[in-house]
Design a protein around this ligand. Structure first.
Ligand code: HEC
Ligand code: HEC
Length: 636
């Protein structure tokens, strides 16, 4: 198996570095220099009969080694990037040299990965995560019951989403909880008139035996539950469950519910399996699998009857029909699940409902008002939905002249909107922003500003890191161990956070990272830890100047947004990585970055509209195709 690595990490070097002149030079970093780097810092331990970690670096460095030893190179990339190799305490390259090296490795690996064209990549078997399970049962039984709370939380995979196959295996705990959820859902549904009409579509009557009624119910339920036509053998399994239950003296209702519980815990329901492609060449996905991929991408739930009908007629792969379906699905309210799930995980704002708790004494407006908390949390989600619903430019996420706000949010932001929102306007509305409102784009939103703050104070470091990571897709390397906390290093006199950090940056070791992280965050110092506008910090005027190592200067949020808009290509690339990873439900590999290149070009050609991104993801090879059987590799 090819070891996978996360593209956002691999692409990451690029801006974190481009801050310096490193990038321009990197293009000139030759294989000879690469080899020299290994010779200087690595070879002492990684050569001879028993090299450290079994990794012999003495043959690496030649151009063809990227083809033959791709796995080793990707490990080297990660360990060097994270400053784990050479081990601490040994002579180490300067941070510029380190960056030159990893940029060179990255480019060589990517060139190699794209050499044999675009391929679909893996499409691993995955369990429905708990949100998908809950939504699927909702649609199947027409039952509005939040089952997700009953189920264990799902971890996040490669691109940071909880729908990634890597994490969606089935543990015994899961099996037990899913069985409980299935029981609960069916018992509720059986007592609800509307629900019953949806799934208990037959009853034993004068001309219908219980067995016949059960058959009719299962014949309609099974294809929807399994998201494809069923075999007679499938039907037999569940009819047998019904019959067994009847034989023990159970009523018709009890027996059919028993059989249906069996369906809801069956692997064919719980897992999204796709028929294997036996050929060695990639092929178009079958229509049912495509319908399922599409519906779990844009609705987080099972395909509806129209998608299944299109699959049955074999027309779903028609590009025009596919695009039409995407547009239809985005108009449906179920697409809110996609928007929320995607946005909250991409931006990290889901943490607002989990472990982000601004100090109650300092920020009572937030801490004491659950409505404000909800308004804050949903603002980025609703903003993204507005962009998708109206097919607006994705660059609005960086800066915009409108936002979505409730009356309370408007008050929190001190927004002077004319005409004022009506008194009854508790629900979120689109607001055209007045000049100098400081509220355009994601960076003007409390949700984002709060998750990148500490409970009692802002953190330019966390905000800078958030921009590098969530916006530009170029996360800084993790900090070295044993860095003292900011407060611990302070005397009794009050200092602004900025003053404290300036002390740190006097140390060149710290500066190698912090001179690239902190300035981005300084520009946002006008926002306090819950995103309210301020002009003073610790009794001193807020200083919002920032300067990146390449000399780019800005002061305050608006000029920072201009800088980010200049880097829009990185932003769109990052968003594309996230969207593709989410759509495929897996971490991306270096190979996928060739696909990402194509999608980015498409989005640029279409003025960055939201639908152009979503359509390009759906039309992409990894989404619509499946790989053939991968012949076993003999080479390591
Ligand atoms: C002082 C000896 C030493 C030096 C110098 C050194 N390494 Fe290592 N390396 C080790 C040891 C010991 C391990 C195994 C422990 C670990 O994984 O951290 C290791 C592990 C690794 C691994 C992980 C291999 C695997 O299969 O997981 C990689 C990759 C690596 N080194 C690359 C490098 C590179 C590249 C350099 C130079 C920039 C370097 N090392 C310099 C000692 C060294
Ligand atoms: C390899 C890059 C790197 C280096 C070198 C580095 N840091 Fe950091 N530092 C970070 C990152 C990334 C964070 C954010 C960590 C997080 O997500 O919690 C951070 C966080 C911090 C924080 C916490 C800020 C806050 O608001 O809570 C302090 C303080 C800090 N670093 C000080 C230092 C000092 C002092 C040095 C030098 C001894 C140093 N750092 C070296 C990357 C680095």
């Amino acid at each position: 198996m090819e070891r996978l690595y996360n593209t956002s990490l691999l692409v990451a070097s690029v801006v974190f570095l481009s801050a310096s002149a490193a990038l321009a030079e990197a293009r000139n970093f030759s294989p000879a220099e690469g080899q020299k780097f290994l010779q200087t810092y690595c070879i002492a331990c990684h050569q001879g009969k028993s090299p450290a970690a079994g990794l012999n670096l003495s043959q690496l460095g030649a151009a063809d080694s990227f083809r033959d030893h791709g796995q080793d190179w990707s490990k080297i990339y990660t360990r060097v990037r994270n400053s784990e190799m050479p081990p601490r305490g040994l002579p180490a390259p300067s941070s510029d040299r380190r960056e030159l090296f990893i940029t060179w490795v990255h480019d060589a690996l990517k060139t190699e990965a794209c050499a044999d064209g675009i391929t679909p990549g893996r499409a691993p078997l995955r369990r429905l995560n708990r949100t998908e399970y809950s939504a699927t049962v909702r649609d199947l039984l027409d039952l509005h019951l939040d089952l997700s709370r009953m189920l264990p939380a799902d971890g996040a995979g490669g691109e940071g989403f909880d729908n990634a196959a890597e994490t969606l295996f089935l543990s015994p705990i899961h099996a037990e909880k899913y069985l409980e959820a299935a029981k609960l859902a069916l018992d509720f549904a059986a007592k609800d008139k509307r629900s019953r009409a949806k799934f208990l579509i037959a009853v034993p009557g004068p001309d219908t035996t219980p067995h016949q009624a059960a058959r009719t119910i299962l014949e309609s339920f099974l294809p929807r539950a399994f998201r494809r036509p069923i075999d007679p053998a499938d039907l037999q399994v569940y009819l047998a469950l019904f019959d067994t239950s009847r034989k023990t003296g159970q009523s018709f209702d009890e027996s059919i519910l028993f059989a249906l519980k069996g369906v809801l815990v069956s692997p064919q329901f719980l897992f999204r399996a796709e028929p294997q492609n036996p050929a060695s060449e990639a092929r178009l996905l079958d229509d049912y699998s495509l319908a399922t991929r599409l519906s779990y991408f844009l609705w987080g739930s099972e395909p509806d009857s129209l998608l299944l009908a299109l699959a049955e007629s074999g027309r779903l792969q028609d590009p025009e029909i596919l695009k039409g379906q995407v547009a239809r699905m985005l108009r449906n309210t179920k697409s809110f699940d996609f928007v929320q799930s995607f946005v909250e995980q991409w931006l990290g704002t889901r943490a607002l409902a989990q472990n982000i708790h601004p100090d109650a004494k300092l920020f009572p407006v937030y801490a004491a008002d659950e409505e404000v908390q909800g308004d804050v949390r949903y603002q980025p989600v609703l903003f993204f939905r507005e962009i998708v619903a109206n097919d607006l430019s994705l660059l609005n996420l960086l800066d915009s002249n409108f936002t979505i706000a409730t009356r309370k949010l408007q008050k929190l932001y001190g927004l002077d909107v004319k005409p004022p929102l009506a008194d009854k306007a508790e629900s979120p509305q689109r607001i055209e922003l007045p000049p100098n409102s400081h509220r355009g784009g994601l960076l003007g939103m409390s949700a984002v500003l709060a998750i990148s703050s500490h409970p009692q104070r802002t953190s330019p470091v966390l905000r800078g890191k958030w921009i590098l990571d969530s916006i530009l897709g170029t996360p800084p390397p993790p900090p070295p161990p044993n860095v003292p906390a900011l407060e611990a290093s302070v005397g009794p006199t009050p200092h602004t956070v900025r003053e404290l950090l300036t002390q740190h940056r006097a140390n060149p070791v710290c500066a190698s990272c912090h001179s690239r992280i902190d300035p981005l965050g300084f520009a946002l110092e006008n926002y306090d830890a819950i995103g309210q506008w301020r002009t003073q910090d610790s009794g001193k005027p807020v200083d919002t100047q920032g300067e990146l190592p390449d000399g780019t200067k800005f002061e305050g949020p608006e000029p920072l947004k201009v800088v980010l808009l200049e880097k829009k290509q990185l932003f769109i690339r990052n968003l594309t990585n996230k969207m593709l990873g989410y759509a495929l439900g897996r971490g991306l590999t270096l190979k996928d970055s060739c696909v990402v290149d194509g999608i980015v070009t498409e989005v640029e050609k279409n003025n960055y509209t939201a639908h152009s991104l979503i359509n390009a993801v759906v039309m992409s090879m990894p989404f619509r195709y499946q790989s053939g059987v991968v012949p076993l590799r003999t080479k390591r």
